[in-house]
Design a protein around this ligand. Structure first.
Ligand SMILES: Cc1cc2nc3c(=O)[nH]c(=O)nc-3n(C[C@H](O)[C@H](O)[C@H](O)COP(=O)(O)OP(=O)(O)OC[C@H]3O[C@@H](n4cnc5c(N)ncnc54)[C@H](O)[C@@H]3O)c2cc1C
Length: 395
């Protein structure tokens, strides 16, 4: 039976996260140290000092790494609260790509790799990147199109290729590189300042909330010792799923918080702003948009909690997390879009957080699998199931 009951520590963490976001993080939203490629390292550092003081840094990781060892269900509650400000997950060190990388390292890395990479990452001292997607017709929606290669030379690997849309590469201490070897796709750990890595440029993108933005990277003769292979050679795509199933869902959690924020701003505006002799919310066109938002927020919250619960049952839950990601990306985007509409002209200005959230959430329908790819994959699954059914069609 699905269990949505809350632990005391979950409720306590939720309350403390709400307070932290309202008292410390929301006032920092007007800090000028926010560039088109995200908050500066200095601002990130200052926010993390505050989160550490509030005992809210990387709450999702195991106690061994300084967190609370939360279940996926508990993580859902806390990350939703963190997402109420776009700066919240950055401050609390539970943002992408670091949060997904922490999960992957904890699941797959050797003890030595955990000490070298996971420990400082979880402590919020360094940042990381995940290098999978490629320009020039390489890996994208279809990861099998991977063109970056790694060849064995003595006890080292030499990696060549290009990557793009790599979040947080500027300022990251290390990266996890996916490359093709004769044994299959493989993940490698590398320092980001290693000879052979060149950040060609930082892309100017719609979203501007992630530290370091998104980069184009050249890998030319990058030498990685065998000890820096992550897991087993040839198991890269399997590990990508280990990372993705929960990482997709944590995106849903954080974006749920952001959509909630936009909704709260829109409700307040619609109650105060008047048109044609009454508050906007009394006009059905507006009231119904907000009522629909309220229903959609509840439905996405339940979907997130259910999917987190399935992960807690030990299931890899790839299909569930794929469905949740697709549904949340579409629904949460619609919620924020309605909020922009309710605010009228104010909605497209940066005088409220709604426009920033609108810009930032758009990309969620593309990364970690575009909506169409999740639907296509689900349809293939249905076809397999349907094709196995025998006997006459039931009317
Ligand atoms: C903000 C952001 C951050 C990112 N961060 C990272 C990162 O840190 N590391 C990293 O490696 N990558 C990152 N990515 C890349 C992301 O994973 C890819 O953009 C995504 O996998 C889609 O690949 P693509 O952009 O090459 O699109 P394409 O593969 O070119 O696909 C384009 C479109 O075609 C459609 N499509 C594709 N296949 C199908 C299908 N089977 N059925 C129907 N329609 C289909 C979809 O609508 C899709 O949006 C990031 C992307 C964004 C936008």
């Amino acid at each position: 039976m699905v269990d949505f009951s809350r632990s005391d520590r979950e409720t306590d963490l939720e309350t403390r996260t709400h307070e932290f976001i309202r008292a410390v993080i929301i006032p920092a939203e007007r800090d000028p140290r926010q560039t088109i490629h995200g908050p500066t390292s200095e601002l990130v550092h200052e926010l993390r000092v505050q989160a550490r003081k509030a005992r809210l840094l990387a709450p999702q990781v195991a106690e061994r790494w300084g967190g609370y060892g939360l279940s996926h269900r508990e993580t859902a509650t806390v990350l939703r609260a963190s997402g109420y400000s776009l700066l919240g997950p950055v401050a609390m060190n539970c943002m992408a790509p670091d949060e997904g990388n922490m999960h992957l390292l904890d699941a797959v890395a050797t003890e030595a790799q955990k000490k070298a990479y996971l420990a400082p990452l979880a402590a919020g001292e360094i940042r990381s990147a995940f290098l999978m997607t490629e320009p020039d017709g390489g890996a994208g929606s279809d990861p099998e199109m991977l063109t970056t290669t790694a060849r064995a030379v003595g006890s080292d690997w030499i990696i060549d290729g290009r990557k793009w849309l790599i979040t947080g590469a500027i300022g990251a201490r290390f990266g996890i590189v996916m490359a093709r070897t004769p044994q299959g796709a493989t993940m490698f750990l590398t320092q980001m300042d290693a000879p052979g890595i060149t950040i060609e440029r930082v892309l100017d993108t719609l979203d501007q909330a992630i530290p370091g933005g998104h980069s184009v990277i050249r890998l030319a003769g990058l030498r990685v010792p065998a000890s820096q292979v992550l897991g087993t050679v040839g198991a890269g795509f399997r590990y990508a799923q280990v990372r993705l199933a929960p990482a997709r869902l944590t995106h849903c959690m954080r974006w749920w918080g952001a959509a909630r924020r936009a909704h709260d701003i829109a409700v307040e505006y619609a109650c105060q702003r008047r048109a044609f002799g009454k508050p906007l919310i009394e006009h059905e066109g507006v009231g119904f948009m907000l009522a629909r938002n309220q229903v959609d927020l509840l439905q996405t919250q339940l979907l997130i909690d259910y999917t987190a619960w399935t992960l807690d049952q030990g299931s890899r839950a790839n299909t569930e997390s794929s469905m949740a990601k697709m549904s949340c990306a579409e629904t949460l985007f619609q919620i924020v879009d309605r909020c922009v509409q309710v605010l009228g002209g104010l909605g497209i200005t940066t005088d409220t957080q709604v426009a920033r959230i609108f810009h930032a959430i758009r990309a969620f329908r593309i990364y970690d699998g575009p909506t169409e790819v999740h639907l296509w994959s689900l349809a293939r699954r249905l076809q397999r199931q349907g094709s196995q059914a025998h006997g006459p069609l039931q009317p």
